[in-house]
Ligand binder design. Structure first.
Ligand code: DAH
Length: 338
């Protein structure tokens, strides 16, 4: 009997440690107890046998209990927000999962990219640190060019630059996709990302903001293609046919360069004054031959257009936001409106 009691304890502790609980039934220790029945003196054999059987039943009941526990454990949806799997009593008063949301700028960028993607453009991100070559040199701003001063760039001691416009990606886009041209396909890409300028901050100026750049290159591409592409985008984006206007401008990386304006969409019109009529939305132009050459594309054979615009301004117009600084303020009162 002492032996059986000893075996019970040792089986129990083995059972506790087992990963596959069913293995307990095959424990040699248990089998040895059964084998031992034959060796017990006749008078004590039935008592011993009963005790061994009882132990076997007990072991089976441990097993049953443990599998019951496994079966009745609440199943959880591992893909659900965390609070869904927390019982109602244990839920905190505020549920983080219901407080989150997509930032209004990210929402807008997703929508803008969606429209361009449907028009056949690929979307590429920029980077948050770059060099003089991509910021200026490859874009036809030679060293000492006065237009460099128009960009109040942040620069590290090593001369690295926090990109002040998404045009820093033009050379990379042209290089990456120039093989398209040999196959008779165009280069068509948009680049949304953050840019940085050492600005004095006010309601319309931030040091960190978003731009989206567009690049299109192919054979016989003209200003007509530029106007058609940007108009198609604006009509889709604002959901109505809009008149457009080009005004001459200057950028070193485009020739000719323009400012692109659209007739103010109805939803954004305050009154019928001449002042309210046009919205200047972006800078654009035909890509300068030097920019194409810098990327190894023959400007005699191929031509293209590029454009770039700030995203905050469009979101501010759309939602009637009066101060650009709200976006990066992390002010939940502002963010929860969207
Ligand atoms: N990079 C210019 C800026 O930030 C915007 C721009 C103008 C981009 C003309 C272009 C372009 O691609 O063709 O002021």
């Amino acid at each position: 009997m002492k032996e059986i009691e000893k075996a019970r304890k040792s089986l129990k502790s083995k059972f506790e440690k087992l990963d596959d609980k069913r293995a307990i039934l095959k424990e040699p220790e248990l089998k040895a107890l059964f084998d031992g029945i034959r060796e017990v003196e006749t008078e004590k054999r039935s008592e011993y046998g009963r005790a061994v059987n009882e132990l076997k039943l007990e072991v089976s009941s441990w097993l049953e209990e443990s599998s019951e526990k496994e079966d009745t454990a609440e199943s959880i949806d591992v893909t659900a927000p965390w609070d869904v799997n927390v019982s109602t009593q244990n839920r905190p008063e505020f549920l983080p999962a219901t407080q989150g949301g997509v930032h209004p700028l990210v929402n807008e960028i997703n929508y803008i990219c969606d429209v361009y993607e449907r028009m056949g453009f690929v979307v590429k991100e920029s980077r948050e640190i770059d060099d003089d070559y991509h910021m200026f040199e490859s874009l036809n701003f030679p060293e000492g060019h006065p237009a460099r001063d128009d960009y109040d760039t942040f620069m590290t001691d090593e001369g690295l630059i926090a990109p002040a416009h998404t045009s820093t990606m033009q050379n990379r886009i042209l290089q990456k996709y120039k093989a398209n041209l040999d196959k008779g396909l165009p280069i068509a890409a948009v680049v949304p990302d953050r840019v940085f300028r050492n600005e004095d901050l006010d309601a319309t100026h931030e040091h960190t903001f978003y731009q989206i750049e567009g690049v299109y290159v192919g054979e016989d591409i003209t200003v007509g293609n530029l106007i058609a592409t940007l108009s198609a985008f604006m009509n889709e984006y604002f959901g109505q046919e809009l008149k457009t206007k080009l005004q001459p401008f200057y950028f070193p990386f485009t020739e000719p360069s323009f400012e692109f304006a659209i007739e103010r969409p109805d939803a954004l019109k305050k009154d019928d004054s001449e002042e309210q009529k046009w919205l200047e939305l972006l800078g654009c132009g035909m890509i300068h031959p030097n920019v194409l050459s810098a990327a190894g594309i023959d400007p005699k054979k191929y031509s293209g257009f590029a454009w770039g615009n700030g995203i905050e301004r469009m979101v501010m117009m759309k939602h009637g936001i009066e101060d650009v600084r709200h976006f990066e303020s992390a002010n939940l009162k502002f963010l929860r409106q969207f």
